[in-house]
Structures are given as C-alpha cells and as structure tokens.
Design a protein around this ligand. Structure first.
Ligand code: ZN
Ligand code: ZN
Length: 188
C-alpha cells in the first residue's frame, strides 16, 4: 500500500535562454506529492506516518522554499550574489532561519545561507522531480513523485525498493542498531 504526503514550495526561477516569458525571473508555489510504498506495519496499521514522510522530505526540500533557483550558467547568478554580498546577506542573515540541510547532488547544490539553489539543468517541473528523487531516494521508499507549479505538472513512477524496518509502536524507520529514534523501542 502507499502513504502519500504533499509539500508546498514557494520559489523564484527562470528558464535561461528559453524563448518565452519564462526567460524572465518569476515565482511559483509548487506542490510536490510524494508517494511511499511498503507493506503495512501491523503494529500501527499504517505504511508510514505521513507527518514523518513530510518531516524527512522537508528537512532537505525546505532549501527550495523562499529560494531562488538558477542554472549554473545563468549570468543572473553572479549578479545576484554580488548584490547579496554588498548587502551583507550572502553568508546569512539573522532573519534567515528556515534553512535546510545543505545538499549537493549531481543535479543541484543548495546554499541555504543565501536561499539559493544552483542547478545543472533548467528547473522545470520535470527537473524538480529528478532532483527531489536524487535527494530523497535513500531516505524514503518513493514509488511516485508528482510536481505541479502553475499550469505545469509532471509525474514519474519509480520502482519500489524493498521494505523498511519500522517501529511497531510509532511507525518511524528503525535506525541501524534496531532502535526506534523516536520512542526508543528496541527490536528483540
Ligand atoms: Zn516558472
Ligand atoms: Zn517508535
């Protein structure tokens, strides 16, 4: 069976060198739907607690929220960094507290201190799905990702990757020592 959660991300981007309005900087509220598949954990009668899926994904994906997402070859990138530098906010600001775990994968690098994500490819809805999967596939048994942003939407199915050992009392994934990181239950 599947557990599903949704995450809303507000971001600014543009399609560098694209022939259309999207070549100008603009913003969206995007919604990522994450579907996780596993057996039903008998102890709690659920696949996975949806708020835990959301927490795991949000820890990483909040780097995209209220962020600027630019392709690595976009000349806006050095221009914006120069302004942030001049303003003294390039390396962080006291009001910039909603920062996620900084990540680096083949397709994107996050700079949470200045709310910037630099991507290898143009950040279309398809591009977001590729990045989100790369960042979350080792943390969650993802079988489907859907990303919608304005009139654009993309969806991709992924192969289920076995089963995860989950706590029979609270449903979260057990750590490598067979202990629940949330409630302390120890596997006998
Ligand atoms: Zn757009
Ligand atoms: Zn537990």
């Amino acid at each position: 069976m599947r557990s599903t959660t949704q995450i809303a991300l507000q971001y600014a981007h543009r399609f560098y060198k694209f022939r259309g309005e999207a070549q100008y900087l603009h913003g969206h509220t995007g919604v990522l739907t994450i579907e996780v598949e596993d057996s039903i954990n008998e102890g709690v009668n659920m696949v996975f607690p949806c708020n835990e899926i959301k927490k795991t994904a949000w820890n990483v994906l909040k780097n995209f929220d209220h962020a600027l997402i630019l392709r690595e070859d976009d000349p806006l990138l050095p221009a914006i960094l120069a302004v942030y530098e001049q303003q003294g906010i390039r390396d962080g600001a006291p009001q910039n507290t909603l920062t996620g775990e900084p990540f680096r994968c083949e397709l994107a690098t996050a700079y949470p201190e200045c709310r910037l994500v630099v991507t290898k490819e143009t950040l279309t809805v398809e591009g977001m799905i590729k990045i989100a999967y790369a960042l979350l596939k080792d943390k969650l048994n993802i079988v489907k990702l859907t990303f919608t942003s304005g009139d654009n939407a993309a969806t991709q199915d992924f192969k289920a990757e076995g089963t995860m050992d989950r706590c029979p009392l609270c449903g979260v994934a057990m750590d490598e020592n067979g202990v629940c990181p949330k409630c302390g239950y120890r596997k006998k």
